[in-house]
Ligand binder design. Structure first.
Ligand code: AMP
Ligand code: MG
Length: 318
């Protein structure tokens, strides 16, 4: 696998129908031509992602989405105007220029305008949009730097475009705009409170389960490290922990000897913790001296809700 900062090479591989890992402001994406069935199939194969889990399609701007959807409702224009380019994905009704494999046969397509300058440069060179889920093997921790991608994929990925470390380190928020009032399908970098400023109401979260084909992708085990990850009460962290434990902390936490501590944000900033979250899980998953990871729930507000959602999907039960 090639890695570097060559935009032209990334563009060339995408035109050939190959997979390229691209930086976004949230996590690294595994990109392919969204209008070409064969290229998109390569994404599912490399990620070992089930075909019932639809992909997000990335565009350079709002105008370039128009040829691929039935319409862009007013509410979607308003949300894009405020949060795009950025970590917001909207569900719209697709037309047949988006192949069914991208949307797992659904009539809606998830669209996003990413803000990372390198991703934007690549899109400006192409005359097709890019399907790009997170560049991790299905179910594993999301990648927030090139090394995370390189470690998981071999020659299935033609090129990794190195755009440094991701700014948010949490996936985009997904909002279903096919119905009004709109609903949140996945919590992410843009919180319900932020959306409410544009909508004049606080959007509800859709109740989803992996057995509901209309809301795929919110599969129970997701983003998980290979080692056990336990979410406990803060008071349990000062009890003796098993040998070779690591603790991922948020804010000031009492420390006991013999335990490895990874501080997500000593000053308890949710934004800082979100940026460090996946990177820290990768680090701890790789440290030979760590056998299990402990952490506590985040405050259930703003980005804390999205982080808790990741923890619920990644954790092991005690
Ligand atoms: P990612 O793996 O980060 O690219 O996120 C893709 C997720 O977006 C999927 O797992 C679904 O939860 C959601 N998604 C994408 N397209 C649709 C769709 N048409 N309908 C409902 N959810 C979708
Ligand atoms: Mg993903």
């Amino acid at each position: 696998m090639n890695q570097g900062t060559n935009i032209d090479l990334a563009v060339e591989e995408l035109r050939k129908g190959n997979l390229v890992a691209l930086p976004t402001e949230t996590v690294y994406g595994l990109a392919a031509n969204a209008t070409d069935e064969q290229s998109v199939t390569k994404i599912f194969a490399a990620k070992r992602r089930p075909f019932f889990d639809p992909l997000i399609v990335h565009f350079k701007d709002v105008e370039s989405i128009l040829p691929f959807v039935e319409s862009i409702p007013e509410v979607a224009y308003s949300l894009f105007a405020k949060f795009s380019p950025g970590p917001l994905t909207l569900l719209l009704q697709k037309n047949d220029r988006i192949p069914g494999i991208v949307t797992s046969g659904l009539s809606s397509v998830a669209v996003r305008i990413p803000n990372h300058p390198d991703f934007q440069r690549v899109l400006h060179h192409l005359d097709f949009p890019l399907a790009a889920p997170s560049a991790n093997v299905f179910g594993y921790i999301s990648p927030t730097e090139p090394a995370h991608v390189v470690k998981q994929f071999g020659d299935e990925v033609a090129y990794v475009l190195d755009g440094g470390r991701c700014e948010f380190g949490l996936e985009s928020t997904i909002v279903d705009c096919t119905l009004e009032p709109v609903r949140i399908l996945r919590k992410g970098a843009i919180t319900a409170e932020m959306l409410a400023e544009v909508l004049d109401y606080t959007p509800e979260e859709a109740k989803v389960s992996s057995s509901q084909p209309t809301a795929p992708g919110n599969i129970d085990v997701h983003y998980a490290p290979k080692k056990p990850l336990y979410v406990v009460d803060a008071k349990d962290l000062i009890e003796p922990l098993p040998a070779n434990s690591a603790v991922m902390t948020f804010g000031k936490t009492p420390k006991v000897p013999g335990v490895f501590y990874a501080d997500l944000s000593p000053s308890a900033e949710l934004f800082e913790a979100a940026a460090a979250f996946f990177r820290t899980l990768h680090q701890l998953d790789e440290m030979p001296s760590v056998r299990q990871i402990y952490t506590t729930w985040f405050p259930e507000q703003g980005l804390g809700k999205a982080l808790n959602d990741k923890l619920r999907r990644a954790k092991s039960s005690i």
